[in-house]
Design a protein around this ligand. Structure first.
Ligand code: HEC
Ligand code: HEC
Length: 148
């Protein structure tokens, strides 16, 4: 193991020694044409509504949008804040929608006894909404069967 670490370290050292650090960047520019040295200030945090009406769906099989704030909700290896309200065990207590049974199926189509790992990180698919100026014009219309 020790030998392996030494070997790895020497490979890494020699690799970094051969990379030239002084790349010539004159003539390059950012997409925003601000030069490579300037940086925009961080955008202001959006004001997500604390609680909202459920948001209608725009297409079949859409992951429903999150109608409440999720600031500070932790989802990691040890805890899943979303499941503390949305799991089958807890949803009644919090009057929350229970997760879909589809969330128990793994990629091989086997139904598991708990949430499938591929559905564990809820905000991969479910995102909260905020009233904001769209970045680009958008004339998307919900699919016919779902529009009012
Ligand atoms: C403190 C409890 C609580 C926590 C924690 C929580 N939710 Fe919710 N959530 C609710 C309740 C209650 C509703 C239902 C709101 C309603 O009926 O208007 C809801 C609604 C939703 C909906 C809409 C469901 C639908 O059918 O339209 C989604 C999606 C959702 N939550 C996702 C999440 C995600 C993702 C997280 C974690 C980041 C999370 N929630 C954490 C209580 C919670
Ligand atoms: C890979 C994408 C994906 C992930 C990750 C995911 N969901 Fe979903 N979710 C969906 C889709 C798509 C639907 C709607 C279709 C369905 O029911 O499967 C849905 C439906 C739901 C619903 C509505 C169920 C109903 O009866 O209307 C809730 C609540 C929900 N998800 C909560 C969660 C929570 C909590 C997590 C994290 C533990 C999570 N989801 C992770 C895609 C996802």
């Amino acid at each position: 193991m020790k030998k392996m670490t030494l070997l790895l370290a020497s490979v890494l050292l020699s690799a970094s020694a051969t990379v030239s650090l002084a790349e010539d960047i004159s003539g390059l520019d950012s997409l925003r044409k601000q030069g490579l040295e300037t940086q925009d200030p961080a955008a202001k945090l959006k004001n997500y509504p604390k609680d909202n009406e459920k948001v209608g769906l725009s297409y079949i099989q859409q992951p429903p949008l999150v109608p409440h704030s999720v600031r500070g909700y932790q989802v990691d290896r040890n805890v899943n804040k979303c499941l503390s309200c949305h799991s089958f065990k807890n949803y009644k207590k919090y009057d929350a929608t229970k997760i879909s049974t589809s969330h128990f199926t793994n990629r091989d189509g086997t139904v598991l006894s708990d949430v499938s790992p591929r559905r564990y990180f809820c905000m991969q698919c479910h995102v909260p909404q905020v009233k904001a100026q769209p970045l680009v014009e958008n004339d998307f219309k919900p699919s016919g069967a779902l529009s009012d």
